[in-house]
Design a protein. Structure first.
Length: 449
DNA sequence: CATCCGTGGCG
DNA sequence: TCGCCAAGGAT
């Protein structure tokens, strides 16, 4: 055991060597050799044992852990959990599985129903890919979720992480996983400097994860790593005092837990201004379908128009109304505005209500290029189709606006009683506020130039 | 390889 | 308020 020729990467640099301090000035630590791990070295055995013992004592009771043998349930969970936190997913998970308890049930379902249950969860392409994966599992695998990483990774929406997770958690295969949590844990454990997204570091981390995962209980081990990252080895203020790996953690020894992993630099989100129009007729609201690709792809949307750089929102509104009403004269009354922060965009919606009932009669006179349809929905029906959180907010704002107008007494109609949204929307409208520059054209929201 | 894709929580 | 991050994958 003193010699381990095939063993690597030793997180501490070697069986007997001490960990070299990680430079905090941005230099990288010397690259370590990464080769497949042979099981059984003392350090790695301790790592596994401590982590698994901790997991057995502290694992959270999560919905998908209650049916460990249900490959379909696990697959759904893994799709939902991609780039999404556990707390967010749990609200959607049970409802989705109740509606689609089997691969076949999802494979048969119309895309509309899938997106409706995904509404608000984000990254909607995942829903379409899960849908397609279910169909292919039925068609090509007899309805059984495949058990090897190679087969899994050929399915849409399944990459190396998800394939490893399913193979290990459901089928007990010795396959590693590397997600954001595992990456952070391992980077801290070995006090690795460098860009976590750099390919060479990624490869080394995959190699390390591969070396660490045991033959026995690989799924539990992988989950324990992720669980540790999610609950103890958190990005900020990690709970090192209760960490099962604290005795062997290089970052802790070197006082680098607050520094590692090195933060990614992100661009500041780009400002994007959108006018949206509420077109009401017979108690229904007009929705248009967004193009399948791009932002909020395939979801239903209110009619929108991008505000060009330097343009007043009202100009875009006029353009939108003209396009919808086929040149008819109609006006939009400002309802309010909302702002959504996306990963790399800050989208401001200004909502208007179309006034003038005759105008709504001829709508939609034409459709935008890329739109695949439109429909009129009653308020209680909007939950049945896929809509983004932004649209949910717009609808809620419209509802508040309506009830205010219906119930308020005239003397209550003073600025102090109006919501901030409406006030801002109205103020912006009156001021003829211009859109900020630097906006890009939103896919599917072309200015139909 | 870089960029794109949503949303919510946290300090 | 604001930046960062999350059980990533596709292009």
């Amino acid at each position: 055991m003193s010699e381990n020729p095939g063993r690597s990467p030793d997180p501490a640099g070697g069986p007997r060597r001490r960990q070299k301090p990680a430079p905090s000035d941005g230099r990288r630590l010397p690259a370590r050799r990464s080769r497949p791990e042979r099981p059984g070295t003392g350090r790695i055995r301790r790592f596994r044992a401590r982590l698994l013992a901790w997991y057995d004592a502290h694992r959270r009771d999560l919905p998908w852990r209650r049916r460990p043998d249900d490959a379909w349930a696990q697959l759904v969970a893994e799709f939902m959990l991609q780039q999404t936190q556990v707390a967010t997913v749990t609200a959607y998970y049970e409802r989705f599985l109740r509606r689609f308890p089997t691969v076949e049930s999802l494979a048969r379902a119309p895309q509309e129903a899938v997106l409706a249950l995904w509404s608000g969860l984000g990254y909607y392409r995942r829903a379409r890919m899960l849908h397609e994966a279910a169909r292919r599992i039925v068609r090509e695998h007899g309805g059984e979720v495949p058990s090897t990483v190679d087969e899994l990774a050929r399915l849409p929406g399944i990459g190396r992480y998800t394939a490893g997770a399913i193979a290990s958690i459901v089928f007990g295969r010795r396959e590693p996983v590397l997600d954001g949590n595992v990456r952070r844990v391992l980077i801290r454990w070995q006090a690795t400097d460098g860009d976590p997204d750099a390919p060479d570091l990624r490869k080394r981390l995959w190699d390390l994860a591969e070396a660490l995962v045991p033959r026995r209980r690989p799924g539990d081990f992988n989950q324990s790593l992720m669980e540790l990252g999610a609950t103890v080895c958190t990005p900020r203020a990690p709970g090192c005092g209760v960490c099962p790996l604290r005795r062997s953690c290089a970052a802790r020894r070197l006082g680098l837990t607050e520094i590692l992993p090195r933060a990614k630099r992100r661009r500041t989100p780009e400002a994007l201004n959108i006018v949206a129009l509420a077109v009401e007729r017979d108690g229904r609201l007009l929705f248009v379908r967004r193009p399948a690709r791009g932002l909020w792809g395939g979801l239903w949307d209110l009619p929108t128009e991008a505000v060009a750089c330097g343009e007043r929102p009202t100009q875009a509104l006029r353009r939108l109304v003209r396009r919808l009403a086929g040149g008819r004269r109609a006006v939009g009354r400002p309802v309010g505005r909302i702002t959504r922060l996306l990963t790399h965009r800050k989208v401001t919606f200004r909502l208007y209500r179309l006034t003038g009932t005759p105008a709504a009669r001829g709508i939609p006179a034409g459709r935008r290029a890329g739109d695949t349809g439109y429909r009129w929905l009653k308020p209680d029906e909007s939950g049945r189709v896929g809509v983004s959180r932004a649209v949910q907010s717009l609808i809620a704002m419209l509802d508040r606006h309506r009830s205010r107008r219906r119930f308020r007494r005239p003397e209550a109609d003073r600025p102090g009683r109006r919501s901030r949204d409406q006030l801002q929307g109205a103020a912006a409208e009156e001021a003829g506020e211009e859109s900020g520059c630097g906006t890009v054209s939103l896919t599917g929201t072309s200015t139909d130039g």
